[in-house]
Design a binder for this molecule. Structure first.
Ligand SMILES: Cc1ncc(COP(=O)(O)O)c(C=O)c1O
Length: 383
């Protein structure tokens, strides 16, 4: 009989717990200390918050590794810190990185402005062009980087053909899986080597902690840890505590967000005053079949283009009452953001359009409120 996989919520609540003892607190203690008394005559067991080895971090890291099905995981100060340290652990000057051009704007800047300045050559490719990865590979190529589902277009990059290639040629496949969370996608099951999250989003889920996650093999995570320590990217213990608290409800939150977003996407698709709906759960979405095969849920992120372009979008945003205009995503409160004034503000209008983000494009992060109330809010804002 095959061993049953432990449920996601069970891992998220209990993963890595030891034996129970009378008097143990059920809610974990927050150890908000940077310094810890050190044993004399040795550096063994030296604890310091920047070293990422303090109690709240170690607990939540174990749980995240289990959620991703990874040997180890590391929590860092932000999603950007996670991506930066993971890539610094993989790449050296002279190396070449092949990256998807459909990625979060901050990651785009990190790869194209910062890494190139440090002697790492980066080629951006359209991940939806068949065989593009193989065509653009060089002998210096060390890793492939993709984000799936993509922020903000909600396109879904299929990991299967990419991971066949990276396995065949022995390259590392790094996947930013922030939009999916481990509830909807566990990239290692699809051949990825490294998973990255902005933990600020679904993992925390409450818009109150900033953190990032890298998951992978033990030796690789040890390398990322070295980068985190010297580049100063460790999180504060309270962020780790909030992350652990948020994780406990991850599965129920994400499932509700999946349900709400699917309902809202169907409703939006019927409206004449919404020109386009981008949601992988809709049959007409270009990646619907990939999403159906690869994801366990279509996600809480969707995008719409309302009639009237940029002006129409601004009018819509000003009329929303429940859904707030804010740049982040993935939490229990529904938010809406306009990428041209947030994540993709540094690109020109033409560059954004080429990536499928025309002016007036609105990204909605659906929360766990009543779907009826969210629909009513959207409906009154469209009037
Ligand atoms: C897909 C994705 N990756 C990474 C990041 C960066 O995360 P953070 O803001 O936690 O640094 C974001 C932030 O929006 C994101 O959407």
């Amino acid at each position: 009989m095959s061993k049953k996989r432990i449920g996601i919520s069970t891992i998220a609540i209990h993963g890595g717990d030891g034996a129970h003892h009378a008097g143990d607190p059920v809610a974990p203690a927050l150890v908000q200390s940077v310094n810890f008394v050190q044993e004399i005559g040795t550096d063994a067991g030296l604890l310091y918050t920047r070293y990422g080895n303090t109690p709240n971090l170690e607990r939540v890291q174990k749980r995240l590794a289990m959620l991703e099905g990874a040997e180890a995981a590391l929590v860092l100060a932000s999603g950007m810190g996670a991506t930066a340290c993971a890539m610094l652990a993989l790449l050296r000057p002279g190396d070449h990185l092949l990256a998807s051009n459909s990625i979060y704007g901050g990651t785009f800047r990190l790869l194209t402005e910062e890494f190139t300045r440090h002697g790492i050559d980066v080629t951006l490719v359209d991940p939806f062009e068949p065989r593009v990865w193989r065509k653009r590979m060089r002998k210096e190529t060390r890793a492939l980087f993709v984000e799936t589902p993509v922020n903000p277009t909600c396109r879904v990059v299929d990991l299967k053909p990419i991971s066949y290639l990276t396995k065949e040629v022995g390259l590392a496949l790094v996947v930013d899986s922030t939009f999916a969370s481990p509830v909807n996608l566990r990239p290692l099951e699809h051949g990825a080597d490294v998973v990255i999250h902005s933990g600020t989003k679904y993992l925390n889920g409450h818009h109150d902690a900033m953190c990032g996650v890298v998951a992978g093999t033990e030796p690789f995570i040890a390398e990322v840890l070295q980068k985190m320590v010297v580049w100063g990217q460790a999180p504060d213990p309270f962020a780790a505590w909030l992350l652990e608290r948020g994780l406990k409800t991850l599965e129920v939150r994400v499932q509700r967000q999946n349900e709400n977003a699917l309902r809202i996407a169907h409703w939006c698709a019927e409206r004449k005053d919404i020109k386009k709906v981008h949601y992988p759960g809709l049959a007409e979405h270009p990646d619907h079949s990939v999403a159906k095969a690869m994801l366990d849920g279509y996600g809480g992120m969707l995008a719409i283009e309302v009639a009237g372009g940029a002006k129409g979008a601004e009018r819509f945003l000003r009329r929303l009452k429940l859904i707030r205009h804010a740049a982040s995503l993935g939490g229990v409160d529904s938010l809406v953001s306009e990428p041209r004034f947030s994540s993709h503000a540094r690109l020109s209008s033409d560059e954004r359009s080429a990536l499928g983000i025309p002016d007036g494009f609105l990204r909605l992060s659906i929360g766990i409120e009543s779907a009826d109330d969210l629909i009513a809010d959207i409906e009154q804002a469209l009037k």
